[in-house]
Design a protein around this ligand. Sequence first.
Ligand code: GLY
Length: 405
Amino acid sequence: MKAAEIRETYLSFFEARDHRRVASASLVPPTHDPSVLLTTAGMQPFKPYFRGDERPPHPRLTSCQKCFRTPDVENVGSTARHLTFFEMLGNFSIGDYFKERAVEYALELSRQGFGFAVEDIWVTVFGGDEALGLGPDEEAIECWRAVGFPEERIVHLGRADNFWQAGPTGPCGPSSELYLDRGPAYGPDSERPGDDTDRFIEFWNLVFMQYELFEDGRLGTLPARNIDTGAGLDRVAMLVQGVDSVFDTDYLRSMIAVGEELSGRAYAGADFETTRALRILADHGRGMTFLLADGVVPSNEERGYVLRRIMRRAILQGRVLGIEETFLPHLVQRTIEVAGGAYPELVREAETIAMWARSEEDAFLRTLEQGERLLGEIVRRARGRDELDRRRGRLPASRHVRVSV
Ligand code: GLY
């Protein structure tokens, strides 16, 4: 199943179960939500519904939300699954069904929609937290037992793993995550979900959204008990397609191909540096296209800086691959071809996206050339001074000027 089919399978599964399909909101959060610079989760546009400030169009919703997370930017390319931009599939209940139904839906879709074997699925549940004044989530444990999960595949974890909040404050709650065991080829039998290794891969987070966290650390109760789930499309595609990393799925592999075509280097069997550079081009190329489509422009502040940073990181990695010519327009063009069907704004804004890609790359390349010229000048002057000192007998003939760049 291709990533596009997985996206459609998820959304239509929930539509068939009375969920209203909602288009992704912008990556730029609404002004009423200053808690984040960019949308980081599928639930973010729905915060006013969870808080009871606004009535949802329907009590059950489903969406595939564009998300951008910056904390992992340095890890992108070095690991099998870190990304900046991703699409988050989610089903949401605003005061409608709660844990039992959320667990049943997740299991049904994982088995029948994604084709995962039930014995390969493990789950984690909130094991309690003293500071929050909450005990283990017995209700969630009972739901997993009720659908046939044995105790050993229900793993209890703490607040860091199984209590979810979209930011430092706001709607939150205990969560339960689904993991797929990829088998001994990916790690020893002693590994467990939550170990952050390659054997057990988390693919779906069910958040039981019933609290609101305030600035003073107090936990209030939301007007209703809600469900908020998140399943990263690239992660699910990696598992459904049985490939080693998110970059090997059909979606990101078609982005990797742009770097291959431009550099003449192959991704398969490449050394670490080349693999990392090709992956960074794929992730950042996709991310910059979506940010530009949502009206973010490169600058030195806030969202614009996040965009400028990924554009410049991509340009530098292009040099690692030996690409000399302007190439960001090729990366954004491929993203539009691959994702434009699901996100019409990419097609609508294609010209603007290409214009910014070209102008930012040209400007950065000029800055780099200027920097290289200045550095060359400094080196020449230093060498000239050394030569003079040597002639005056102040330096031994063996001294070399060493400059590392
Ligand atoms: N809101 C759940 C998640 O992003 O994992």
